[in-house]
Design a binder for this molecule. Structure first.
Ligand SMILES: [Zn+2]
Length: 277
């Protein structure tokens, strides 16, 4: 590639990373200087967001050029510490080691998805058809101290088979062919958490029927060109994939059974009637 062409693609990639960072901040998916974005630049280099900069005010020139071990290749032009990549670059490096197909990684702290981990409630992936088709299962990793070597260990196995992970008490990791694709998966995770939260507040979370999940997984298989043996990461909990480990009612999610709900409603009605008499 010509020098001009190479610079042109690097410039485009920088602009896309910056656009993603601004969106993350505007949509409240990160706070303060949280979160980080990286992308492969060719085969052996990465562009990554620097340490300690709000994603809402990031500029293309702020991005750090790294090798695949995370070593900065170019000093910051202004000589400031902004040349340092985020300490959470370890998560990104682990993704690139495990997933040669991945070109971009987005790490964010989406508040609702994060709150689900603090409440000890898994995200119900089988609730929304688009989530089953686009993301499949969204596992939650074990807790790891942020910025430590525990982080890469916690995602190492799970990232091999999933494009979106929730980090216990920390945030999310989403991956894609471009920064924007990885960002859209982040949006989808937080949207799922938002809908699940409201559904729980309104009543109960009802997941898709198993046969519908099976259909959606077949669509996912076709869309991604996966082998016929692929039976979907999406439904370990609902059982449609045949990997059933748990049923909805056994998960202790605080979902009130219809019978218990009737009992509670009858008790409240009786109490109101007693007070009114
Ligand atoms: Zn983080």
């Amino acid at each position: 590639m010509t020098a001009t062409g190479w610079h042109s693609s690097e410039a485009e990639l920088r602009d896309e990373i910056v656009r993603v960072c601004h969106l993350m901040w505007q949509k409240g998916l990160v706070a303060a200087s949280d979160g980080n974005v990286s992308a492969r630049l060719g085969d052996n280099r990465l562009l990554a967001t620097p340490s300690g900069v709000s994603k809402g005010f990031l500029a293309a020139a702020d991005l750090v050029l790294l090798d695949l071990d995370g070593t900065p290749l170019v000093q910051a032009q202004d000589g400031t510490s902004r040349a340092k990549p985020s300490s959470e670059i370890l998560l990104h490096l682990e993704v690139y080691r495990q997933r040669p197909d991945v070109r971009a990684v987005v790490h964010a702290h989406p508040p609702l998805a994060l709150a689900f981990t603090i409440a000890g409630i898994r995200l119900p992936e089988c609730m929304l058809p688009e989530v089953v088709i686009n993301l499949g299962e969204i596992p939650t990793t074990a807790y790891a101290t942020p910025s430590s070597a525990e982080g890469p260990r916690a995602i190492r196995e799970l990232i091999c088979g999933h494009d979106a992970l929730i980090l216990d008490r920390h945030g999310s990791v989403t991956v894609g062919c471009t920064p924007f694709e990885a960002y859209m998966k982040l949006e989808k995770v937080e949207h799922l958490a938002k809908v699940a939260l409201v559904a729980r507040q309104l009543g109960r979370v009802s997941e898709l029927p198993q046969e519908e999940v099976a259909k959606l997984i077949a669509m996912r298989r076709t869309a991604l060109g996966l082998s016929p043996e692929y039976n979907g990461e999406a439904c370990v909990h609902c059982g449609a994939c045949g990997k059933a480990a748990e049923t909805h009612s056994s998960e202790g999610e605080g979902i009130v059974s219809d019978e218990l709900r009737r009992t509670i409603v009858e008790s409240v009605v009786q109490e109101l009637a007693r007070r009114a008499s």
